[in-house]
Write a protein of this length. Structure first.
Length: 242
């Protein structure tokens, strides 16, 4: 998968350019008519100035796009044993799954009251080295993020399960888990008390038996290793039910 840097913003420029062309044509028509009838073309000067505004905007956008600092072409891929990143004209870095600390998705829906759009962001944070950050400028971002997340989870769950069996407590952003329960700081709940853990409307909800409201609610966007957390938590909850 690679990014597509620098597409010209036609959707913003074309309507403004069409408006400027129409106003310019209208202003010139009135100026010619005023010059012929009154000998004073400048009576149409306010309309000419108004027409110059959208034309100037189009020129500014075109100039900025032509002379902007172009981001490099970046390729990112995942394979059976890890992920890699290659920068055009630069180096290629490969990371095994065990060398990756977290994989985090941030799918955020933005609504302005009339229209809505969802932005997607994927952050791969190695144990050592710079983060790999992907956004909607990468073609095929959503299926790539889903596939990489599933592959990372399959590789990471056995490793983290072994850490839990060894008595470790594993952190997932705002919460952590161990073999006895899940919690945040001193606020903890045992696995026998957990009825289920849901992900609804962009929220992670930890529900306790008998309670109508969630015992804890956390944002799903930005939750590191979310699929790993859900898999391990479900396994621990089921183990304590048996």
């Amino acid at each position: 998968m690679r990014n597509e840097p620098g597409d010209f913003p036609w959707s913003a420029v074309l309507p403004v350019g069409a408006l400027g062309a129409f106003l310019g044509w209208l202003a010139l028509s009135y100026a010619i008519e005023d010059q012929r009838e009154q000998g004073a073309w400048y009576h149409s000067l306010p309309l000419l100035v108004l027409a110059a505004l959208p034309v100037g905007f189009v020129g500014y956008v075109l100039f900025s796009w032509l002379f902007r600092a172009r981001p490099p072409q970046v390729w990112v891929a995942w394979y059976e044993h890890g992920a890699l990143r290659h920068v055009d004209g630069g180096e290629t870095r490969a990371y095994a799954w065990d060398e990756i600390a977290s994989v985090t998705r941030q799918d955020v829906k933005v609504t302005n009251g009339v229209t809505s759009a969802t932005t997607h962001r994927l952050t791969i944070r190695p144990e050592h080295g710079a983060e790999i950050v992907l956004g909607d400028e990468f073609d095929g971002m959503v299926p790539f993020a889903e596939g990489l997340g599933d592959a990372f989870s399959r590789a990471r769950v056995p490793r983290d399960a072994a850490r839990l069996d060894a008595g470790e407590r594993i952190g997932f952003g705002l919460v952590d888990i161990d073999v006895s329960g899940v919690g945040q700081g001193d606020r903890r709940i045992g696995w026998r008390e957990v009825e289920r853990i849901d992900v609804k409307l962009g929220r992670v909800q930890i529900r306790r038996h008998g309670d109508r409201k969630p015992w804890m609610t956390l944002p799903a966007p930005g939750f590191p290793n979310l699929s790993v957390f859900l898999t391990l938590a479900d396994a621990l909850r089921r183990h304590h039910e048996s």
